[in-house]
Design a protein around this ligand. Structure first.
Ligand SMILES: Cc1ncc(COP(=O)(O)O)c(C=O)c1O
Length: 419
């Protein structure tokens, strides 16, 4: 079984003058990953990874990714604003939303973002609320049925609320052409956290074939194909990691098999990964406050599900390292919990770990994507800080922790601060 080592040591954490809990991100890991992704798709002249802002909506992280050549994929007005604040412009921003409010289309259009329609009715809605269509429009495809790779069912798009049916995509392209749209994009997201090098190549085949069919049936030229997110990471020590170079190679083979013979070799490949780009390069750092023995032994942390929701809502596995005890044998069995008044507030159930005492510091792994971002305020808990571990070893607070004043900011009353 592969070992999962944290990217920080106890000594690193002890030098950081910030109270736990907080999320910490590894700049070096983020940059190296982005470079691997760009190398994997370097065969495609127009390739761009549009980082899924929802995964880690922090402008400092976005700036690092921009420096590595990435764009930004946004799903809401505030994410669009964030992308702008981080220095992304025009077609460096992709807007993939659903159930979209009119003002979000208006803003996305104003800043020149690439707009991805999630529904056929968005054409009429856009015309009514925005007016003139931009030169380029993308459409999200949902093939329905079950989606499988090598006969293994990975998800059921037929149950997903996203995208248009094939017939709707064909009609949408024809209608948008008639409205003056000149360039088209195709997009699809069919499975999440996939641990196979064949997910992207399979979705690429589906979209490449559709692009050929669309040109035949509507005359529309597809300029880019967005394979979206869904490339997974090895959360568990026994998981086999994806190999992004093999993934890029698999997409290239599908491109050469389907698009080149159709004389469509100018199509750019886009991706909008979140988890793969950031997941492994974040830890939630937390201090053990209590140890409790009843029918099981519970280790109570100063972090809770408000800081990392995935274990509570998906039963997701996140590896835990007790800092300074990485090499000690895992002789004890613990439930590792937060303080919420919810019994699902458990980072780990019946986990084998080294003996833990109050005051120990733990690193919860793979929290760099969909971690802090999914935070909330239940039980009056405040969202934590985010800290960047820079390449030179220094640390930078890239988001301060919330205060009680932040929590009360949307209410109209005075807090008694005299106590
Ligand atoms: C439209 C869209 N793009 C990209 C992503 C990023 O997915 P992942 O982080 O799994 O790569 C998501 C995730 O929800 C999404 O909804």
């Amino acid at each position: 079984m592969a070992d999962k080592k944290p990217f920080v040591t106890l000594e690193t954490i002890q030098k950081i003058p910030h109270k736990t809990p907080y999320h910490i991100y590894d700049e070096r890991g983020i940059r190296l990953c982005a470079r691997d992704v760009n190398r994997a798709f370097s065969w495609n002249a127009g390739f761009k990874e549009y980082f899924a802002v929802k995964a880690t909506p922090n402008p400092r992280i976005l700036q690092i990714l921009k420096e590595e050549g990435c764009g930004a994929d946004c799903s809401s007005l505030t994410e669009l604003m964030l992308a702008r604040a981080a220095g992304f412009y025009g077609h460096e921003i992709m807007f993939s939303s659903n159930a979209t409010p009119a003002e979000e289309f208006v803003y996305a259009n104003k800043i020149g973002a690439l707009i991805n329609f999630d529904d056929y009715s968005h054409i009429e809605f856009f015309k009514k609320h925005v007016g003139q269509f931009p030169d380029t429009i993308s459409v999200r495809y949902n093939p329905g049925g079950a989606f499988s790779v090598h006969s293994q069912i990975m998800d059921t798009p037929a149950d997903a609320k996203f995208g248009l049916t094939k017939e709707q995509v064909i009609s949408a392209f024809a209608e948008l052409r008639a409205e003056g749209v000149k360039n088209f994009g195709l997009h699809s997201f069919l499975a999440s956290n996939t641990l196979t090098n064949d997910y992207y190549p399979r979705i690429a085949e589906i979209l490449f074939e559709l692009a050929v069919e669309l040109r035949e049936k509507t005359g529309a030229e597809v300029g880019f194909i967005n394979l979206s997110g869904g490339v997974g990471i090895p959360y568990k020590p026994e998981d086999t990691p994806n190999d992004i170079l093999k993934i890029g190679e698999g997409v290239r083979k599908a491109y050469e098999k389907i698009l080149l013979p159709a004389n469509m070799g100018g199509i750019a490949i886009f991706t909008e990964m979140g988890r793969f780009m950031l997941g492994p390069y974040g830890h939630l750092i937390s201090t053990v406050l209590h140890k409790k023995n009843i029918y099981k032994t519970y280790v109570g942390l100063d972090a809770s599900a408000v800081n990392l929701m995935r274990p509570a809502i998906y039963g997701a596995y996140h590896h835990i390292s007790v800092l300074g005890k990485e090499n000690e044998p895992a002789t004890e069995t613990y439930d590792v919990t937060g303080a919420l008044c919810e019994n699902n507030d458990k980072f780990a159930k019946s986990r084998q770990l080294p003996p833990i005492e109050a005051g120990d510091i733990v690193a919860i792994h793979d929290t760099g994507a969909h971690g802090h971002a999914m935070g909330y305020n239940y039980n009056g808990k405040l969202r934590s800080a985010e800290i960047l571990l820079k390449e030179n070893g220094e640390t930078e607070v890239i988001r301060r922790a919330e205060t009680a004043e932040d929590y009360f900011a949307t209410l109209d009353f005075k807090i008694d601060t005299s106590l």
